[in-house]
Design a protein around this ligand. Structure first.
Ligand SMILES: *Cc1c(COP(=O)(O)O)cnc(C)c1O
Length: 444
């Protein structure tokens, strides 16, 4: 059972005298009473700032607005807020106004890869569908800061129909990822309608929801919402816990309701300086997640969004954390550490190196303990040349549809039926000169 602890009770009645647990647990009450100004924050927490600091904070919030749910606010440790991971994610700092040369407003080029409003189509088989422009809390480390504070809105059905038409018209899209903003900001009936529309599309095999509600507003996970979600299996849900302190009894209850409804749960954390950039904190987090049936999915290197430099860590910190997890804990506790490539290259996994050397018949590897070991390769392995003519192949794939898949990237270099021998950047001078001089070969 989620509790209404003393701190929350005091906070609730400071917001509105006589607020009881029923109101407190009403997600609409939480949204209506979200904290959006420095003064309100000061009044409710008793934390105060001097005039100069207040002016700088107000300036920060006029660029990147403030919004914190009373629930998430109640998790702040007021006695030590300057070191508090919840405070840092929710309240922000004046450092957000320091924009560096290497930072972008849209680091992942999501807007450039957007064929119609609301859709980012980067990978051929799956799309990101931004179905809401708002969140219940504005994370200070948001990668989509450029959109935060755009006139808050829930898109109309008409606006969403454009995205739906795009998905309908693209038979390669087998996976639709609802994102935003937070998709669970939509009212229940809209979520129901949207999921019905998407799952009715033949070529869509799975739907995923990306939401931070279990972390910042767990009361949004109501039994009526869960009853809607479970009609649309296979439906997956990824959430965003960054610190073990966020796994409260209310959060646990929300996760339990989702897991009991058969929804596979994943977690995407962001590595944040002075919040969770510590092997022990991450290990504690992943252990708590799996205890609540949530599989750690990604650990993100913090994106190059404007004003996030104070949150960023060196990549080495992430690798150090991965080193402390792989082999040291349950395999499914280990997320994949990724850098989302600036410019829109997608997620790139980064891990410590485990292959030390290689010969024609042996691989030398090291394990998590530092033991160096060899793996003897098979003496006989007949290479099966693949021309992708699966119908003629002795292996049983049992595919009936024709295979029109084209190998991509490094996969293309490895493939037998493609003659490409190298991938050459479009602006390579030497190759441009060759072209200009008519010496271009056809191996590009
Ligand atoms: C992260 C992301 C996805 C999903 O990637 P997975 O690795 O399949 O989880 C899809 N589209 C875009 C644009 C993304 O950023």
């Amino acid at each position: 059972m989620s509790i209404f602890n003393k701190g929350q009770q005091a906070l609730a009645s400071r917001i509105d005298i006589g607020t009881d647990i029923v109101k407190w647990k009403d997600w609409r009450w939480q949204l209506k009473n979200s904290i959006r100004s420095v003064e309100r924050f000061e009044f409710l927490t008793g934390i105060t700032f001097d005039d100069a600091e207040k002016r700088r904070l107000q300036k920060t919030f006029s660029h990147f607005p403030l919004s914190v749910t009373p629930y998430y606010l109640s998790l702040i440790n007021r006695d030590n807020y300057t070191n508090d991971p919840v405070f840092k994610q929710a309240f922000g700092s004046v450092q957000e106004l320091e924009v560096q040369d290497s930072e972008f407003s849209d680091p992942l080029a999501e807007d450039k890869d957007s064929p119609v409003t609301g859709i980012t189509h980067r990978y051929p088989d799956r799309v990101l569908f931004h179905v809401s422009n708002i969140c219940s809390m504005y994370c200070r480390h948001c990668t989509r800061k450029r959109k935060v504070g755009d006139i808050d809105y829930i898109p109309s059905k008409e606006a969403l129909k454009e995205g739906l038409d795009y998905i309908r018209g693209n038979s390669k899209v087998r996976d639709v990822l609802l994102s935003g903003g937070d998709p669970l900001m939509l009212p229940d009936d809209m979520i129901d309608w949207l999921l019905e529309e998407i799952t009715a599309i033949d070529h869509v095999e799975i739907v995923r929801i990306g939401t931070r509600m279990p972390v910042v507003l767990p009361y949004r996970i109501t039994s009526s919402l869960v009853d809607i979600l479970k009609k649309y299996h296979p439906l997956w849900l990824n959430t965003h816990f960054n610190h073990p302190r966020e796994i409260t009894s209310s959060a646990r209850e929300a996760l339990k309701m989702l897991a009991d409804a058969g929804i596979p749960l994943g977690n995407q954390s962001v590595l944040l300086s002075d919040v969770n950039d510590c092997p022990r904190i991450i290990k504690d987090l992943v252990h708590k997640l799996v205890q609540n049936r949530v599989r750690p999915y990604y650990l993100y290197q913090c994106d190059l969004s404007e004003g996030l430099s104070h949150f960023r860590t060196p990549v080495g910190k992430g690798i150090e954390i991965m080193e402390s997890l792989i082999g040291h804990t349950t395999g499914f506790c280990v997320p994949t550490y990724v850098i989302d490539a600036p410019g829109g290259g997608g997620k790139i996994p980064v891990t410590p190196n485990y292959i030390i050397s290689w010969s024609t018949n042996k691989v030398v590897l090291r394990n998590y303990e530092g033991i160096i070991t060899t793996y003897k390769e098979p003496e006989k392995y007949e290479t099966r040349l693949c021309d992708r003519n699966c119908k003629e192949c002795e292996m049983e794939l049992g595919l009936t549809e024709p295979d029109d898949y084209l190998a991509l990237g490094i996969e293309k270099l490895l493939s037998d039926q493609d003659n490409t021998i190298s991938l050459i950047p479009g602006d390579n001078m030497r190759h441009q000169n060759r072209k200009e001089n008519g010496r271009s070969d056809n191996q590009e």
